[in-house]
Design a protein around this ligand. Structure first.
Ligand code: AMP
Length: 216
């Protein structure tokens, strides 16, 4: 297995890009946010611990999410490229991931940074709608569902994420700037950083650019 990290602010389109890339056989999308939301929904011990942090737009403790990611990687079979979306989010998590991959003999292929102007991020998050049943994501402005309010994939009723309200979004962008932004230099210094311009709405060129970088 090879690992590719997707880096980018909330709303940069990591999840949308990753779910498109995961249509390619052998590529798997692992979203730390989806993993945590699943745990909260289930009411598992990890979910109970994570809930309050997530609702406030804060990061959950590094060890909590790192253990969940490790379990998924340990159980994985047959994935060629694992796309990590939302993990690591801090330098500490990046160090934990490096150790974990070294122990498992998994190769870190690179980190793809989706670059988007701040004003675009806020507008994108405002339009985001998610399916609580299957996790599919839509956007009323840029990626609307075929029927308003209904998930194209499973027919579930689309909702707005609790942490997508404007005040929490501003806080999440601050958290990104303080805690996750340093990862850009972290991976650049290790010769692993690749950048994709993710400002436009058209997904096709981004998918192609990302695939080229993954396969380089
Ligand atoms: P996301 O769906 O990636 O925007 O994540 C939603 C929320 O889950 C974040 O605001 C954090 O509260 C939490 N979360 C997701 N990934 C991580 C991570 N790697 N480290 C800490 N918290 C995380």
């Amino acid at each position: 297995m090879n690992v590719v990290i997707l880096l980018g602010a909330p709303g940069s389109g990591k999840g949308t890009l990753a779910s498109e890339l995961a249509k390619v056989p052998g590529i798997r999308h692992l979203s730390s946010g989806d993993l945590l939301r699943g745990a909260v929904k289930e009411g598992s011990p990890a979910g109970l611990k994570a809930k309050a942090y997530m609702e406030a737009g804060n990061l959950v403790p590094d060890e909590l999410i790192a253990e969940m990611i490790e379990e998924v990687i340990a159980a994985d079979e047959g994935t060629n490229v694992l796309l990590l979306d939302g993990f690591p989010r801090t330098v500490r998590q990046a160090d934990i991931l490096a150790d974990l991959l070294a122990r498992k003999g998994v190769h870190l292929r690179g980190a793809l940074l989706l670059e988007v102007a701040d004003a675009v991020l806020v507008a994108r998050i405002a339009g985001r709608r998610v399916c609580p049943d299957c996790g599919a994501t839509f956007n009323v402005a840029t990626l609307p569902p075929k029927v308003e309010g209904v998930c194209d994939v499973c027919g579930g009723a689309l909702t707005i994420r609790k942490d997508d309200d404007p005040a929490t979004v501003r806080h999440r962008l601050d958290v990104y700037a303080e805690q996750t932004f340093p990862l850009i230099d972290y991976y650049r210094a290790r010769g692993l950083l690749h950048t994709v311009d993710a400002t436009g709405h058209d997904l096709e060129p981004k998918i192609e650019a990302a695939l080229r970088k993954i396969h380089d």
